[in-house]
Design a protein around this ligand. Structure first.
Ligand SMILES: Nc1ncnc2c1ncn2[C@@H]1O[C@H](COP(=O)(O)OP(=O)(O)OP(=O)(O)O)[C@@H](O)[C@H]1O
Ligand SMILES: [Mg+2]
Length: 391
């Protein structure tokens, strides 16, 4: 199964020369017969899929077989991820018991049929399938080196993770580059255990960071096909360098007819594209869950950066409870910690959450914020600002 390309992808990738070089080097190492494992982590939309997609070309050049599969919440049945990577072939054999399957693959396919038919009685079959998948992965490189990209393992089915855990305890997969991509949230204990085991086994950890300011503008310019003007740059600056949000900004402005050309640059005009943009952005963070979003919505009233104790008084919860809820937002990169302050990673997200508050609730929050900030000794003009917005 191939990973899913999003509309709006530009090629070549912007601002990722160093990461591409790193991955290419690791692929060459695998092509020379050495096993390498890479854990590629980064916030939603930062470009993990785009980066590993770029391995396709290099794999072809080096004559390394590339197998990929992507975990999704809807394909969560036992061993779904590894079956997608190892058992389904687009060419020879098809999806069934066709030609081109080794005895191990055939046994595995039969076992999986039996497991799916009767999950309740599958204990021993699970163990056997785990063993066979591990053997398949270890031996796959006997013929020639290969690369295995398993995307979004934070969503992976538990039995596939168990196979990967077992492999980690035996060291790198021989003659293979194994790349596991993941978002930092949702947190799953079995994934944390897997990451720890691979770390002990010497896996490389690659954190994919947001694009810098120059690359952010360059990506937008690639998407619109020319230089962009100051107003659009202003909105781009609120994306925190997240390529998916950059693409959202450009696409939404264009769809609303808000991009106009003048003096050789394309720029955004008017504000009619702002509501649709807020909606798109709110959908992008929905995966954080209602509790986290509710607290971040309250935080949005305090501004781009805020003191956690003030948020706690605003929310009427103990500071420790706020941290517990916000830890998911922190892991996701939506907010970043700076001492006892938190800063929204993408002001675009803060604005979208703020604009998504019910107007009555927003006024009430400003009133509470005025009270909390006054108690905390904030300057009077800040308190007054909140009181004005409480009306
Ligand atoms: N370096 C880049 N240059 C140009 N476009 C990029 C770059 N990185 C990502 N994009 C674009 O941004 C969007 C999101 O990228 P991608 O799907 O690779 O992110 P992801 O990290 O895999 O996200 P998810 O966490 O949802 O899996 C895509 O449209 C992609 O084409
Ligand atoms: Mg992805």
């Amino acid at each position: 199964m191939s990973t899913s390309a999003e509309p709006g992808r530009t090629w070549p990738l912007v601002g990722r020369a160093a990461e591409l070089d790193d991955l290419d080097d690791l692929l060459s190492t695998a092509a020379d017969g050495v096993g390498v494992t890479v854990l590629l982590e980064g916030e939603a939309g930062v470009g993990k899929t785009s980066l590993v997609d770029a391995l396709r070309g290099s794999a072809r050049l080096l004559d390394v077989e590339l197998r990929t599969a992507q975990a999704t919440a809807v394909r969560s049945w036992p061993f779904a991820l590894l079956s997608d990577a190892l058992l389904v072939r687009s060419s020879a054999g098809g999806g069934g018991h066709g030609p081109g399957r080794s005895p191990v693959e055939t046994e595995l396919a039969d076992l999986l049929d039996a497991i799916y038919a009767d999950p309740a009685r599958s204990g021993a079959r699970f163990d056997r399938a785990t063993e066979l998948f591990a053997a398949l992965l270890r031996r796959h490189g006997d013929v020639r080196p290969w690369a295995l990209v398993l995307e979004d393992v934070h969503e992976a089915d538990a039995p596939s993770l168990a196979v990967l855990l077992q492999l980690a305890r035996e060291g790198a997969v021989p003659r293979a580059l194994v790349v596991l991509t993941m978002r930092p949230v949702p947190y799953r204990p079995e994934l944390a255990e897997l990451v720890a085991a691979w770390t002990r086994a010497g896996a490389r950890y690659l954190e994919l960071r947001p694009l810098n300011a120059r690359a952010t503008v360059e990506l937008a310019e690639n998407l619109v096909g020319g230089p962009v003007g100051p107003s659009l740059r202003g909105t781009l600056a609120t994306t925190g360098g997240n390529p998916r949000l950059v693409a959202d900004v450009v696409r939404t402005a264009r769809a609303a007819g808000a991009l106009v050309a003048s003096d050789g640059v394309l720029d955004s005009t008017g504000s009619r594209w702002m509501d649709p943009l807020d909606e798109v952005v709110r959908r992008r963070v929905e995966y954080l869950g209602a509790d986290v979003l509710a607290l971040l919505g309250q935080a949005s009233v305090l501004g781009t950066s805020f003191v956690i104790a003030d948020l706690a008084s605003l929310a009427g919860d103990p500071v420790a409870d706020c941290w517990r809820t916000l830890r998911h937002g922190l892991a996701a990169g939506v907010v970043r910690a700076r001492g006892d302050r938190l800063v929204f990673g993408h002001d675009l997200v803060r604005e979208a959450l703020y604009n998504g508050l019910d107007p009555d609730q927003r006024r009430a929050l400003h009133a509470r914020a005025a009270w909390a900030l006054r108690q905390a000794g904030a300057p009077s003009q800040i308190v007054t600002g909140h009181l004005e917005r409480a009306r």
